[in-house]
Design a protein around this ligand. Structure first.
Ligand code: ADP
Ligand code: MG
Length: 600
């Protein structure tokens, strides 16, 4: 990151240590408890503790899929079973010469990763429930294969699990191993959650269109997570086979799948601690209240109802006190334009955006009918017209959501490929939306950081292991995001959950997110809608300053005052056609515009 984008030292609040410690404390408390358990435990307690640790290894991965990416993977017991059978079969030498139990566990993780991808792939195409059904279907297939392939799996009779060498052959030895691996799984999943990949996952969950506009490719990030979660599930399965010492297909029931899935839900979406507590709770529940074991499906269904109705945020929301305090009622958004130079300091080469003869019809309706316009760097180009005249559709065509049936869209001298919204951000095109698209459950700062996803250099694996490059990415993105918030005037709200903001603040938030890209072209869809008169004035000054910094701005707006005040060029649309084009002075006196649109 160039040095001219750095903040003054006084503004840098790097990873506030007290805040960090507070969020680590519950994990440490659980760890201390688990470390002390052997002191007053019997073998039975070791068994339950080991089981909870094994389940958590799986849930830690699944949490990224269900809790972060919002994908309904309900059949994850399939990967658990695959891991268990892989480890057992390889350790027993049923398929080829036997290998050591430790290698067999590693192989279980590798096979789990492979099948994790296979199970996950439908999610790239199918919507929620259809995906849920495919994961369930897969779980059924796995059980059937385990039953049918008798020579290898032992069919209904089953086979022995791998037996690890000392010291892991004792109850507490295995416990220690599983807890250790659970700690690793926790750290890895937290590393991802706190990286640009974790934010990307939540963005695809809560604001998919905005995620795409920020250059986040859902398939790319989901594939990485499916591999990781599959590996975790496979390893957990292998450990489970070791713990059970003997496995049969009926160990891998739908109930167990529900336990994994519901652990995430009662824990709370987008949290690590919540699902961890959820897993512990659901593992202990049938042990504490033995009669409940027979009723587990019923209990899970009941728990699910309680969560959905009474605490949709899950355990995590119950524990989170930071966002309960009401915000000051009369807060003002005061952009700090002086900092804009530092934010856009590394601006890209300026380029014209030119649309020529663009046509787009929805069925018989010509939403855009031969539109030609050119937006120049350093200028604000207003796009106005009555409702339904094709303004938003024009922005959608430029940002790649719609494919025009005719015409060209050119940035500089490159044709923008139609129908590829994800690629636009890399070209320096960013946008805001007529209805703000934000991640309500994430903080203001995290929302803005989503805009910096593309600037990260560390790979998924580097983020998983929290290697130095990933740290540098995070620090740079955070710092730029703070600067962007300061520029738009939301600096004081960075820790607030975005869904606590007022509508007008969300509009500025979207602009801050867009500025993270150092854009060439900024597309604004009615940014002044819902703003007070003062806010509109400040917005106008901000937009003008952004354009003067060398950005081409295409502004869709209804507020005539704002348009005439800040635009250099105005195009007036009517029924998808250009009704008029010119400077504000020309448009103001244009007869047809005045009678058709401006009134009077
Ligand atoms: P506005 O200028 O108010 O932003 P729009 O660009 O949203 O207008 O819409 C232009 C026309 O295209 C409207 O008649 C609208 O109903 C229609 N339209 C927009 N999006 C779609 C869509 N996805 N499918 C069908 N019709 C659409
Ligand atoms: Mg519109």
């Amino acid at each position: 990151m160039a040095s001219d984008r750095t903040l003054p030292a006084s503004r840098i609040r790097a990873a506030q240590p007290s805040h960090r410690l507070a969020s680590l404390a519950p994990f440490l408390a659980i760890l201390v408890f688990l470390a002390l358990l052997p002191l007053w435990g019997n073998d039975y307690r070791a068994l339950i503790g080991t089981r909870a640790a094994i389940y958590w290894i799986l849930v830690a991965g699944l949490n990224l899929i269900v809790g972060f990416a919002g994908q309904l993977a309900i059949g994850y017991v399939a990967l658990f079973a695959i891991g268990a059978y892989t480890a057992s079969i390889l350790a027993a030498g049923n398929l080829m010469t036997e290998i050591s139990p430790a290698l067999a566990l590693l192989a279980a993780a590798a096979v789990g990763a492979g099948f994790g991808l296979v199970v996950g792939l439908p999610a790239l195409r199918l919507r929620t429930f259809y995906f849920a059904m495919t994961t369930l279907g897969f779980a059924t297939i796995v059980t059937q294969i385990a039953l049918g392939w008798q020579s290898v799996t032992g069919g209904g009779i089953g086979l022995s699990g791998p037996s690890l060498p000392a010291p892991f052959d004792s109850a507490w030895g295995l416990y220690g191993l599983c807890v250790g691996l659970a700690v690793v799984a926790t750290i890895m999943s937290a590393n991802i959650a706190h990286s640009r990949f974790g934010r990307a996952l939540i963005a695809t969950r809560d604001a998919e269109v905005a995620a795409e506009a920020n250059g986040i490719s859902k398939p790319a990030v989901l594939v990485c997570v499916f591999l990781f979660a599959g590996a975790a599930a496979g390893l957990a399965g292998g450990l489970f086979a070791t713990l059970q010492t003997y496995i049969t297909p009926d160990a891998f029931t739908f109930d167990l799948s529900l336990l994994f899935f519901i652990s995430v839900l009662i824990g709370g979406r987008g949290s690590i601690l919540g699902p961890l507590l959820g897993t512990i709770l659901l593992t202990l529940l049938p042990e504490i209240a033995a009669p409940l074991a027979a009723w587990s499906t019923f209990v899970y269904a009941g728990l699910l109802l309680v969560i959905v109705l009474a605490m949709p945020g899950g355990i995590a929301a119950l524990l989170d006190r930071s966002n309960r305090q009401p915000l000051a009622a009369n807060r003002a958004i005061v952009p700090n334009i002086a900092s804009l130079g530092r934010l856009l300091g590394t601006a890209r080469s300026a380029q014209n955006l030119t649309l020529s003869d663009v046509v787009l019809s929805f069925g018989g309706l010509r939403a855009i009918d031969g539109l030609t316009l050119s937006v120049r760097p350093g200028e604000v180009h207003g796009l106005i017209g009555p409702n339904g005249s094709g303004k938003t559709t024009t922005l959608n065509v430029i940002s790649g959501y719609y494919r025009p049936q005719q015409g060209r869209i050119v940035l500089g001298d490159t044709d923008l490929p139609p129908g590829q919204p994800v690629g636009r951000a890399a070209l320096g095109i960013c946008r805001t939306f007529q209805t703000p698209r934000i991640i309500g459950a994430a903080s203001v700062l995290e929302n803005v950081m989503v805009g910096g996803t593309l600037s990260g250099r560390a790979s998924f694996v580097e983020a998983l292991l929290s290697l130095p490059r990933s740290h540098r990415d995070e620090a740079a993105i955070r710092q730029t995001a703070r600067l962007a918030l300061e520029v738009v005037g939301l600096g004081a709200l960075e820790d607030v959950r975005a869904d606590h903001l007022q509508h007008s603040e969300l509009r500025f938030l979207e602009i801050a997110r867009g500025l993270m890209l150092c854009p060439r072209l900024l597309l604004l869809d009615e940014p002044a809608a819902g703003l007070s008169a003062t806010e509109i004035l400040r917005l106008g000054t901000l937009i003008r300053a952004i354009s003067r910094a060398g950005v081409a701005v295409l502004l869709v707006e209804h507020h005539a005052d704002l348009i005439f005040e800040i635009c250099d060029q105005i195009t007036v649309l009517n029924l998808g056609r250009v009704l008029a084009h010119g400077t504000p002075a020309e448009i103001r006196v244009h007869k047809e515009v005045v009678s058709a649109y401006l009134g009077g």
